[in-house]
Design a protein around this ligand. Structure first.
Ligand SMILES: *Cc1c(COP(=O)(O)O)cnc(C)c1O
Length: 647
């Protein structure tokens, strides 16, 4: 390459690098990515399941899937991230165990409700022998799911923690699982379960191991704080535990009691309330252990949080502690008390669901259209009409300056009400009203520009700022793929997965395909103050893809069929350290026929009904034979196709 060309290339590279850095900052990538995601020199997102190595280019991966006929929205699952999370949690506990000279081990339990997808659970099952995983189930269907994939060839007996409301069949199945190599511990959540469990264990002649779930006085923090406290839905209070132990002792069965469990809610944002709960639970553990000498498991439940907004605070979508700190607090609280009371250290269990799987999934969706807040090429001319309202509006616009813009804003709002009123009464034409709306939009835009220089912005200006957003329409359904964003205002990081070496210039909101005004993403990551908008790129001739991150926990199960948008396509991707990848599983999303079948429309009936309508219409000559063929063909094709837009 000639020297000058080389120089141009170099300065170009430097510019790209700068923009990439700036983009990473403005999407706060480093604050929430946990080093699993980064941006490469091309300005594409890369995924590094082991946090190291070359990583995989998510944009190129998406393109290559599209070429295989797998259309967005696509849910990417990176199995390696699950394994890395498991490793990290184990390491945190192993370090704490060493630090405090704790005389027992730690085991991570996977609460299957967090993501029951077969291929996800399979990854957990295959987790290498050094990190055995226990399983936690909370219902009969979940128990059946576990029994269906569990095989005796596993290297080690797998603990099966049985939570939730239980009937006879649930308990029987759980107890019998001991005969095929599992180690079930029935966790008593309601007092009535105790007699039932005793009766059934005797009937089936199996060894019985039980745990108590305690309703602690201490509560957690964050959105799920009501899972703890004395009025929690689940668990026994101390009085009931005391009574249960007396009852068991009178039957000489106190040695069945093996475990104490508490769960004070998911996404525990703050460590202080958790430490308080830990102290209360640890004390309860040692008191029980004095009466039931076979006690050997201390199960601290779920709740280990994810820092979705990267703020490292006790805000709802964050956490003010690290996994290491969490592990140290658990190990220390139970360890120090057991030492004091001269009791054997129990095995520690945590049921950390969200913390294992949240990071591993990314939803990639395509922008299909933009509705601009202000048409870029729109030029404002004086009104054709002589109407006083319109003339007044135009004058406000023309006279707008730094001194009067707040006043102008108020005048404009008054006028707007007036104009709509007059339109409704027939005094203004459609064209007049359209002109008025155009002036108002230009006015707002100009006011915003003028207010940019201000250090402190009034509430009205901030509101204006949030209203003048471009709407980016994306090919997905919030209700199917991000139900928590709709139901509980959960925050998920969103950003383009390519073009990150160019500056995004459009201040936007993101809306989905559903005919529901709730189908919009309302919150975007900003550790200082959650943002209502996101900067995105102008569309060019190529597809523009956005990634929605950290969606691996809870979203798939809670998702619903609003507007009959079904499951998205999903793929499991394995990546090696050199960035080579392999698709382990390709799971086709629901077809239209499938979602209709959930609603009891049977394929045979649907087609028969169409044929009947066609026959009648042929007879009435409202359709030709040729047209009827086309209708039939299209109908059948669409019936078997993806529920999302195919672009
Ligand atoms: C939901 C649940 C969990 C998982 O909680 P995470 O916050 O996802 O870790 C663990 N244990 C029990 C009993 C649960 O109900």
């Amino acid at each position: 390459m000639p020297n000058t060309l080389k120089k141009i290339q170099q300065s170009q590279d430097i510019l790209f690098e700068k923009i990439i850095k700036k983009n990473k900052e403005s999407y706060f990538l480093d604050t929430w990515s946990e080093e699993y995601f980064d941006v490469n020199k091309k300005g594409h997102i890369i995924v590094k399941p082991n946090k190291t190595g070359k990583g995989i280019d998510l944009y190129e991966l998406t393109n290559s899937l599209v070429k295989r006929g797998i259309q967005p929205p696509i849910l990417f699952r990176f199995d390696g991230i699950i394994r890395d999370r498991i490793k990290n949690i184990y390491e945190a506990f192993e370090n704490a165990i060493q630090e405090y000279d704790y005389q027992n081990s730690y085991e991570l339990a996977y609460p299957i409700k967090v993501n029951q997808q077969k291929h996800v659970v399979e990854v957990l099952k295959q987790s290498d022998g050094t990190h055995p995983l226990s399983l936690e189930v909370g219902s009969k269907p979940e128990l059946i799911a576990v029994l269906s994939f569990y095989h005796l060839d596993s290297k080690k007996e797998t603990l099966l923690l049985c939570n939730g409301y239980k009937d006879e069949k649930y308990i029987e199945l759980a107890l019998l699982s001991r005969k095929i190599g599992l180690r079930p511990i029935i966790i008593i959540e309601q007092y009535y379960e105790l007699d039932l469990v005793l009766k059934l264990a005797e009937k089936l002649n199996v060894d019985l191991e039980i745990g108590f779930r305690i309703k602690l006085h201490s509560r957690g923090s964050g959105k799920w704080a009501s899972s703890g406290g004395e009025h929690a839905k689940f668990g026994l209070n101390v009085h009931e535990i005391n009574q249960a132990i007396k009852h068991l002792t009178s039957l000489e069965k106190e040695n069945c009691v093996k475990l104490l469990h508490f769960h004070i809610g998911s996404q525990l944002t703050s460590i202080m309330p958790f430490k308080k709960a830990l102290r209360e639970a640890a004390r309860t553990y040692v008191e029980i252990a004095k009466l039931c000498p076979a006690m050997s498991f201390f199960d601290v439940g779920g709740g280990l949080a994810i820092d979705y907004d990267g703020s490292k605070t006790s805000q709802d979508c964050s956490m003010n502690y690290t996994v290491d700190q969490y592990a140290r607090d658990v190990v220390y609280s139970i360890g120090s008390l057991c030492k004091e009371e001269n009791l054997k250290d129990p095995m520690i269990i945590s049921e950390s669901g969200r913390a294992i799987v949240a990071h591993h999934s990314i939803l990639v969706t395509e922008v299909i259209d933009i509705s601009y807040a202000l048409d870029k090429n729109s030029i404002l001319e004086p009104p054709d009409s002589e109407h006083e309202n319109l003339l007044e509006l135009y004058e406000i616009y023309n006279n707008l300056d730094e001194d009067n813009y707040m006043e102008a804003l108020h005048d404009c709002w008054d006028l707007k009400d007036d104009i709509i009123e007059r339109f409704t009464n027939g005094a203004l034409s459609l064209e007049d009203r359209a002109y008025a709306e155009k002036v108002i939009r230009h006015l707002m835009e100009k006011i915003l520009k003028l207010s940019k220089k201000l250090k402190f912005k009034s509430k009205e200006i901030e509101k204006l700022n949030d209203q003048l957003l471009d709407m980016y329409f994306c090919n997905f359904s919030i209700f199917q793929s991000l139900p928590d964003a709709w139901a509980i205002d959960q925050l998920f990081p969103v950003m383009p997965i390519h073009r990150l070496n160019t500056v995004p210039t459009r201040k936007s909101s993101i809306v989905d395909l559903t005919c529901d005004s709730d189908g919009t993403i309302k919150k975007f990551v900003n550790p200082k103050k959650i943002s209502k908008s996101i900067f995105l790129h102008e569309l060019d001739s190529k597809a523009y893809y956005l990634g929605i991150f950290l969606v691996g926990a809870y979203q798939e199960t809670l998702g619903g069929l609003h507007n009959l948008f079904g499951d998205t396509n999903a793929v499991h991707v394995e990546v090696d350290e050199f960035g080579y990848w392999e698709l382990k599983h390709q799971i086709e999303g629901d077809t239209i026929r499938e979602v209709l079948e959930y609603m009891q429309y049977k394929k045979g009936d649907i087609i028969q009904n169409l044929l009947n309508s066609i026959e009648k219409s042929l007879k009435n000559q409202t359709i030709t034979l040729e047209e009827s063929l086309m209708l039939k063909k299209n109908f059948k094709e669409v019936l078997e196709s993806y529920t999302y837009l195919v672009v």
